[in-house]
Write a protein that binds this ligand. Structure first.
Ligand code: ZN
Length: 161
């Protein structure tokens, strides 16, 4: 069965940076299961998977515009260290949760200087060119319920039922 719009596809993948640093690896868990054509995964990967079949293996380089895009300067803000409940634990590289108007947002502390903390709420993979090694492990038709929800169900997909 060939991957087409509304196929439910399971893939194993390894995701690395262009300097060969491992970011994610699916083989120590379930394969990733997604609904083709529903923008469940990044555009560059979804486009490449169209027309592939179970058993196909390929490598792919995805530029930021077809992956997580470019960072938005408006998602970077500076706050006073006094805003934190435990300032002694504020460190570069720590991810924190912020209560915003749009709900809970994750931000990375990227700089701490003179009592000013820089928070970056961009996706950690923005601005990055990504290298994928992919193996298609299963392809099937979506159920009516999956189509209605816009995502795949079961292991590796959404397990909310
Ligand atoms: Zn669902």
């Amino acid at each position: 069965m060939t991957i087409k719009k509304n196929s439910v596809v399971s893939i194993h993948y390894t995701l690395k940076t262009t300097d060969n640093k491992l970011i994610e690896e699916s083989r120590n868990a379930h394969p990733l299961t997604y609904l083709q054509g529903a923008e469940n995964i990044i555009e560059g990967l979804e486009n490449e998977l169209l027309g592939k079949e179970k058993g196909d293996k390929f490598s792919l380089v995805v530029q930021p515009e077809e992956a997580y895009g470019y960072s938005d300067p408006e998602l970077v803000q500076e706050v006073s260290i006094s805003m934190f409940e435990d300032p002694e634990n504020v460190e570069v590289g720590i991810q924190i949760e912020i209560d915003s108007d749009e709900g809970l947002v994750y931000a990375m502390i990227t700089k701490v200087e003179n009592e000013v903390v820089t928070l970056d709420a961009n996706h950690p993979l923005t601005d990055m060119t990504l290298m994928y090694d992919v193996e298609v492990v299963d392809v099937r038709e979506a159920t009516k319920e999956e189509l209605a929800h816009g995502h795949a169900h079961g292991p590796g997909g959404f397990e909310h039922h």
